[in-house]
Ligand binder design. Structure first.
Ligand SMILES: [Zn+2]
Length: 298
């Protein structure tokens, strides 16, 4: 495996992809699985890489990526994902956490003690380094603790804040069967940022395709709110966020590979590099914003 750092012209730091889905596809419900696999030309490759972390590291290195956050979450009703995702991704990343950042989650619709135990287990025992929430797939809003509907969510945020690990929240719509896009409204994160001031929050997908202005506002409003640009076609990024450069220090590059519509990591990276943004902004987005959330890359 290559050990030298990958750089791109005009950008000297190693690139972090903050949003890659290495997930246990064996847990997926049939309808979710067919949507994920439909029309992909690289299925065999994906199946191979998901079984072999060393091959995966080599693959991303070849795509221009030094470090990747591997995003998992719990969403039994819509996706079939249970807390076992944490065991899967912990094993996958074990001994490789200088380059792989395991994201996981817990089921918060239980009493607070159980949620606290789960958080202690996944963070303390399994080494999970980020929590992902997917409200449209989980069927409750990210701020559902505030009205008492899912009070265990407050425990999730408290524990993440205490451990100093970020919480990533899916913002925007979803096309998976049974997904409730209404719950993708990023404004729910405003409550979290106010109530958990030291918690780093990443708004995944920048609210695409209908809540970009809300995300832009939240990133500027709250010192600990970031966004990732995953699943936004890079070519259209500046249509979605015309003032992206203003918030570049809090924007994380990400691809969402291999989600539907995302062909490959290298293609996204290349298209991003071709955007009419300054080198400084590109470096912030490709490397430095991730460093302020996850620490320096290896
Ligand atoms: Zn995603």
């Amino acid at each position: 495996m290559a050990t030298e750092k990958v750089t791109v012209p005009g950008v000297t730091s190693p690139v972090t992809d903050a949003h890659v889905h290495v997930q246990p596809w064996g847990q997926l419900l049939p309808q979710a699985k067919s949507l994920l696999r439909a029309g992909r030309a690289d299925l065999e490759e994906i199946d191979r890489l998901f079984r072999d972390p060393e091959a995966f590291l080599e693959h991303i290195e070849g795509q221009g990526i030094r470090r990747a956050a591997l995003i998992n979450y719990v969403a039994p009703e819509v996706m079939g994902f249970t807390e076992e995702v944490n065991d899967f991704i912990s094993t996958f990343c074990k001994g490789r956490t200088d380059r792989l950042i395991p994201f996981g989650g817990v089921e918060p619709r239980r009493d607070k003690g159980q949620v606290a135990d789960s958080m202690d287990r996944i963070v303390g025992d399994l080494g999970i380094r980020g929590i992902k929430l997917h409200p449209p797939h989980q069927l409750y809003a990210a701020n559902a603790y505030s009205n008492g509907e899912v009070s265990g969510l407050a425990t999730v945020y408290e524990k993440a804040q205490e451990a100093g690990i970020p919480v990533m929240i899916h913002t925007g719509t979803s096309v998976f069967p049974g997904a409730r896009s209404r719950l993708g409204d990023p404004m729910a994160a405003d409550d979290i940022a106010v109530d958990f001031r030291d918690l780093k929050i990443i708004l995944a997908h920048g609210g695409r395709p209908i809540w970009m202005e809300t995300c832009f506002f939240l990133v500027r409003r709250h010192p600990n709110v970031y966004l990732d640009i995953s699943s936004l076609p890079p070519k259209r990024l500046l249509d979605y966020f015309p003032r992206l450069e203003k918030i570049a220090s809090k924007v994380l590059f990400g691809t969402d590979w291999p989600a539907p519509g995302v062909e490959g990591i290298a293609k996204n990276l290349e298209e991003f590099r071709a955007l009419p943004l300054g080198d400084e902004a590109k470096t912030e987005i490709l490397s430095r914003a991730a460093e302020s959330v996850f620490g320096p890359a290896a």
